[in-house]
Design a protein around this ligand. Structure first.
Ligand SMILES: CC(C)(COP(=O)(O)OP(=O)(O)OC[C@H]1O[C@@H](n2cnc3c(N)ncnc32)[C@H](O)[C@@H]1OP(=O)(O)O)[C@@H](O)C(=O)NCCC(=O)NCCS
Length: 156
């Protein structure tokens, strides 16, 4: 759990790839972890190299209104020294394959703050399609940022 916390905290404080603004505590990550199950809508896949946690991909609640329940939001973060080695593709594709087998999941949405060439490339490679753009949809570090919505139909 500390490793997962440190991975996201790096991006919270150093970049706009996540719109979280406040660093996560260990308690926060422990609560966050309770949403995941082994075969439900909300799953967490962790990438491990030489016994160290180096990244994760997760499916999370998309929006709170109940009719959105069959849609999940996906999210992926690797430790900063582990990008560009194929780990993202490995962990994200495993998550998507799992989600295809979950009856209660119909769509997966990835929200990518632009530009993010690695994330854009990875979503497109794994079969996501561009569903739309939130023009200046977020404000972080003194600037508005565009957010691209990627949709994966999971073969359904
Ligand atoms: C985005 C991220 C998950 C991608 O994972 P990764 O392990 O770095 O990517 P991979 O090595 O699996 O590469 C997947 C594909 O994207 C390409 N790619 C990776 N990084 C790239 C970059 N910076 N620019 C262009 N293409 C890139 C790879 O070449 C590969 O395509 P190919 O097989 O056709 O060559 C990872 O870089 C990361 O955690 N970045 C920081 C956090 C982040 O931005 N998360 C996403 C928020 S939406």
């Amino acid at each position: 759990m500390p490793a997962l916390r440190d991975i996201i905290n790096y991006y919270i404080t150093h970049s706009v790839v996540t719109f979280e603004m406040v660093e996560m505590s260990l308690e926060n990550r422990q609560t966050w972890f309770t949403q995941f199950t082994n075969n439900g809508r909300h799953q967490l896949m962790v990438a491990e190299t030489n016994g160290e946690i180096v990244g994760y991909a997760a499916s999370l609640r998309f929006l709170l209104r109940p009719a959105y329940a069959p849609s999940v939001m996906t999210s992926i973060y690797l430790r900063k020294d582990q990008v560009g080695k194929g780990i993202g593709e490995n962990v994200y594709s495993t998550l998507l394959e799992n989600l295809k087998n979950v009856e209660g999941v119909h769509r997966a949405y990835g929200l990518v703050v632009l530009p993010n060439s690695g994330s854009e490339k990875l979503h497109e490679k794994l079969g996501f399609q561009v569903a739309g753009l939130l023009h200046e949809g977020g404000y972080k570090f003194g600037k508005y940022h565009d957010v691209r919505i990627y949709e994966h139909r999971l073969g359904k």
